[in-house]
Design a protein around this ligand. Structure first.
Ligand code: CS2
Length: 469
């Protein structure tokens, strides 16, 4: 049986840029639950490929979210996505959709590299090919270009702006995106920048749910559980969390609090906790675990050496540099994370998490490292994780087997690492990549990173990890 809508689709109140698996397993589910009036349907936009549209269109935008519990799986039907546009096919249609008076929110999950910024400084990269294109052409390619041009259309038409709701794993994501849009807007027209500054809203958010990539097994399980042939299911862990700054244009938003979203005045402490404790250890396990031959996070946690290492990272290196959000016990948060990582129902590949490390390292690991250095605390585990990344982006593992590195800076990183033959030389060369390492931090990290790299090369990934536990 194919999937088909039997009840009317909700009216579109939200346009979502970057319709990946994460949003479909997280935000789309929350919004469906919160939409009691049928006014908060979501029009999805794929900024690159047509695959999601091609899979969702024949099933009226419907798909299943498969929950992978430790003791079994359940599938639920998600009905909040009303349609999908593919931006490169018709960018004008995307701008018109974003400028529709019924649209109150434009949310986005475009991953770290979709912000077209310098991760080390948080500033717009005007030389990014998509930004350079969007600054001179009326029909954009980048998320920043679409947001700014759509705001411009709304201003020209005398409409209120939309709220821009970023759901990517970036620190101060709302403020960061606001800065990028204002910079872009200023280059188009100072008047647009002034209007955006005073009228638009960019609440920061913390999003959390582990969503491994959909596999053929996901499709088969959904078919078995539901009796339908779903071509676009997503899979996720039971846990979910969404913390949002309650700062929407004219206060217009679905009743998210009613479905467990935490609406707060300041999201910073939640963001730091999640980015550093969850994503920071995820990335550490991704590089070191991959190099030690572990395929998934659950495999890492089943190895006592890696499980102990992860605890050490949390308790000795990450928590000391954090301010807990109100009422949160960080040690208990770490216990909960360990439980989530161990979930045997989840096969979250180290290789998947290792992608785009150049865009992830600053907010996940380097911020903690910098604060520890400034406070005179050692971070040998995090330094080892960075060394693991340096080996990984060199393009072959410690036994010389090739690695399929996916990163916007992949070529440059590989060439930079290959240009030097000594350990000290390789570390020093990679530390000059200014998009990742601010110069002061690079200087301060040189010694501990060289030590970590030597340990990795001498003892292998598992041995080096074991020596720290
Ligand atoms: C992961 C995240 O792929 C990655 O980089 O660390 O996607 C992680 O699973 C989510 O942020 C969990 O909320």
């Amino acid at each position: 049986m194919t999937l088909q809508r039997t009840t009317p689709a909700p009216k579109v109140g939200i346009v979502h840029l970057g319709l990946g698996a994460f949003f479909r397993a997280h935000g789309a589910v929350y919004i469906q639950e919160a939409d009691r009036t049928g006014d908060w349907g979501i029009l999805g936009v794929s900024l690159q490929r047509p695959d999601v549209r091609d899979a969702l269109a024949p099933q009226d935008g419907l798909y299943h979210a498969l929950e992978l519990g430790p003791d079994g799986q359940t599938a639920r039907l998600v009905t909040s996505i009303t349609g999908v546009l593919v931006a490169p096919e018709d960018p004008q249609a995307v701008l018109e959709a974003m400028a529709d008076p019924g649209v109150k929110i434009v949310s986005l999950t475009v991953t770290e590299k979709g912000y077209c910024h310098n991760p080390a400084t948080g500033r717009l990269n005007p030389d990014h090919p998509d930004i350079a294109h969007d600054l001179t052409q009326p029909l954009p390619r980048s998320a920043i270009g679409f947001l700014t041009r759509a705001l411009q259309l709304r201003q020209q038409r005398g409409l209120r702006p939309f709220t821009v709701l970023t759901c990517d794993n970036l620190p101060n994501n709302g403020r960061l995106l606001r800065g990028l849009v204002l910079d872009f807007a200023h280059r188009l027209s100072p008047d647009l920048a002034a209007w955006t500054r005073t009228e638009a809203r960019f609440p920061a958010t913390m999003v959390d749910r582990i969503v491994p990539a959909t596999t053929s097994e996901t499709l088969a399980t959904v078919a078995r559980l539901t009796g339908t042939e779903d071509r676009a299911p997503v899979q996720h862990e039971p846990f979910r969390q969404w913390v949002i700054e309650d700062d929407f244009v004219d206060g217009r938003r679905p009743d998210l609090a009613a479905v467990g979203v935490e609406l707060v005045g300041d999201v910073t402490a939640y963001e730091h906790m999640k980015l550093r404790m969850l994503n920071g250890t995820h990335s550490s396990l991704a590089y070191l675990g991959y190099l030690a031959g572990h395929e998934t996070i659950a495999d890492c946690m089943a190895d006592p050496v890696f499980a102990a290492f992860t605890r050490t990272l949390w308790l000795d290196e990450i928590i000391p540099a954090l301010t807990p959000p109100p009422g949160v016990d960080l040690a208990a948060y770490a216990d909960r994370l360990a439980e989530r990582y161990r979930n045997p129902g989840i096969r979250h590949r180290t290789w998947q998490i290792a992608m785009d490390g150049s865009q992830k390292l600053p907010q996940r690991i380097l911020g903690t490292l910098a604060e520890n250095l400034a406070a005179g605390r050692d971070s040998p585990g995090l330094a080892l994780a960075v060394a693991g990344w340096m080996v990984y982006v060199g393009g072959s593992d410690l036994s010389g087997r090739p690695i399929d590195v996916r990163d916007p800076l992949a070529d440059r990183l590989r060439v930079t690492a290959a240009a030097k033959s000594t350990t000290v030389g390789k570390v020093a060369a990679l530390l000059t990549v200014a998009e990742v390492f601010p110069p002061d931090l690079a200087k301060a990290m040189q010694t501990c990173l060289t030590l970590a790299m030597k340990s990795l090369l001498q003892k292998g990934a598992r041995g080096a990890v074991e020596s720290l536990t």
